[in-house]
Design a protein. Structure first.
Length: 454
């Protein structure tokens, strides 16, 4: 009997894919036990492990990584002499933020307006389902033509480096000829895209102390040093008046020479309010892919509701710095730390703690694997050619894998196009993109295996 073409097979598998994604999204797998119970991550990890076993993977294991989380590993042997491909995704997710702002429950996959909504639907539980669909389509087409390793990380969103440290301690485990990172996405829905660069990141917590305890603002305000006001002034020093990041000693004038991001499209994707300007200088692509960017992602301070008329004795903030290719994340961490320590006003006592770090990454797009992917994407997206873009986010594991396996080709693809709104409320995935990208990955694996025979 003649096997069905891969696109038809993937299309027939989509109802099952939706059911499985719904099961996976239901796990509240935020890898921060201070926010969500650890049981959510444990449940998701076991679900992924069971899914791999059901597909015939051997050596399936839950790897206890040094940051206290688990990554899931599995191996599917291919034909004798076939190359080995490592497929990556992560099952941990960002917190849902304000659950009341979600139109539908964040951990309940909900179909609306042709998209599937839920935390992790695109980033990156959908990426794991994409890998499963591609492998199932190949099995129906005569078999998977390569040996496959799958690794599903359990703490990517936290940036705590558990899998990186585990891989460094077990360097043979993830060795492969080609690595497909399924955690990026297309520049637009319907426009097949590989990611050429990733910004790295560093994450710091800074605490300022000025008094032994809070004071009555009427009695002491005006002379007593206010820690919250000091924190506001310190954080303001991280940006110029136009919003450009200004960390002492850190340069930020590089230009992006690839696909450009029109400002009008960016404003629409980012949902910038009418009359509000963008920050920084240069093109949008320069700012989000080629230059450092600081963000204050949290401040510990009294809530407005219930606030008392007090001068604050202490304040704490968490600061994220995105680090583009061409910069070293460790050096950027030193510069940001020195900036925070030296710029605090009024002699406020400063304590800086590093809570995460990852190096930037630049892919080698001249490798044969990229040609195999270009051919696959052309077939999966008729009439479209593969594009390349940068990505402002970070995947710290990429540089670890590049360092461990310098001969391996690393490709970055995924489901996180702008409408997906990853990390925000109402995250979603386009089922059409899931279907087409699964086809593309299946065709890539077949093309890649053929290229190795030549």
């Amino acid at each position: 009997m003649t096997a069905r073409p891969i696109p038809e097979t993937v299309a027939s598998l989509m109802p099952r894919a939706r059911e499985e994604l719904a099961e996976l999204v239901a796990f509240q797998s935020v890898a921060d036990p201070a926010v969500f119970p650890k049981s959510g991550c444990e449940g998701a990890a076991n679900w992924v492990a069971d899914a791999l076993r059901a597909e015939g993977f051997t050596d399936v294991a839950l790897l206890d990584t040094p940051d206290g989380t688990q990554s899931v590993y599995g191996y599917l042997p291919g034909p004798a002499g076939a190359p080995t491909v490592l497929l990556y995704a992560h099952y941990d997710v960002q917190p849902p933020l304000d659950e009341s702002a979600w139109i539908s429950p964040p951990f309940e996959l909900t179909e609306r307006d042709g998209r599937w909504y839920g935390r992790g639907a695109a980033d990156c539980k959908g990426g794991f389902i994409m890998h499963l669909l591609a492998l199932r389509a190949l099995k129906a087409d005569g078999g998977v033509p390569v040996s496959v390793k799958v690794i599903a990380e359990g703490s990517e969103e936290q940036g705590t480096g558990g899998l990186e440290r585990y891989a460094e301690a077990h360097p043979e485990l993830l060795r492969a000829d080609t690595i497909v990172i399924g955690d990026t996405g297309n520049f637009r829905v319907g426009l097949p895209t590989v990611t050429a660069t990733l910004r790295g990141m560093t994450m710091l917590r800074v605490q300022l102390d000025t008094l032994e305890g809070n004071l009555h603002s009427g009695q002491f305000g005006g002379a007593a040093p206010d820690a919250l006001a000091a924190m506001i002034q310190l954080l303001a020093s991280l940006r110029a008046e136009d919003g450009t990041t200004t960390v002492d000693g850190l340069t930020g004038d590089a230009d992006w020479d690839g696909i450009q991001y029109p400002e009008a499209e960016f404003r629409q994707d980012a949902k910038v309010l009418d009359g509000v300007g963008l920050i920084g200088t240069g093109t949008v692509a320069d700012r989000i892919w080629a230059r450092p960017a600081v963000t204050v992602i949290g401040i510990d301070c009294p809530a407005v509701v219930g606030a008392t008329p007090s001068v604050q004795a202490s304040a704490r903030a968490q600061v994220s710095l995105r680090v583009p290719p061409g910069h070293d994340a460790a050096e950027a961490t030193k510069l940001l730390t020195a900036h925070l320590e030296s710029r605090a006003p009024w002699g406020a006592r400063v304590k800086v703690e590093q809570v995460g770090q990852g190096q930037p990454f630049r892919a080698d797009m001249s490798s044969p694997a990229y040609q195999a992917m270009a051919d696959a994407m052309r077939d999966a997206y008729p009439g479209q050619e593969m594009q390349s873009s940068g990505m402002g986010g970070s995947i710290p594991l990429c540089n670890t894998l590049a360092g461990l396996y310098p001969e391996a080709e690393i490709l970055l693809i995924g489901l996180s196009e702008p409408e997906a709104q990853i990390h925000a409320v109402n995250e979603s995935v386009s089922p059409e993109e899931l279907e087409r990208m699964s086809v593309a990955e299946a065709l890539f694996l077949r093309n890649y295996a053929e290229s190795k025979k030549a």
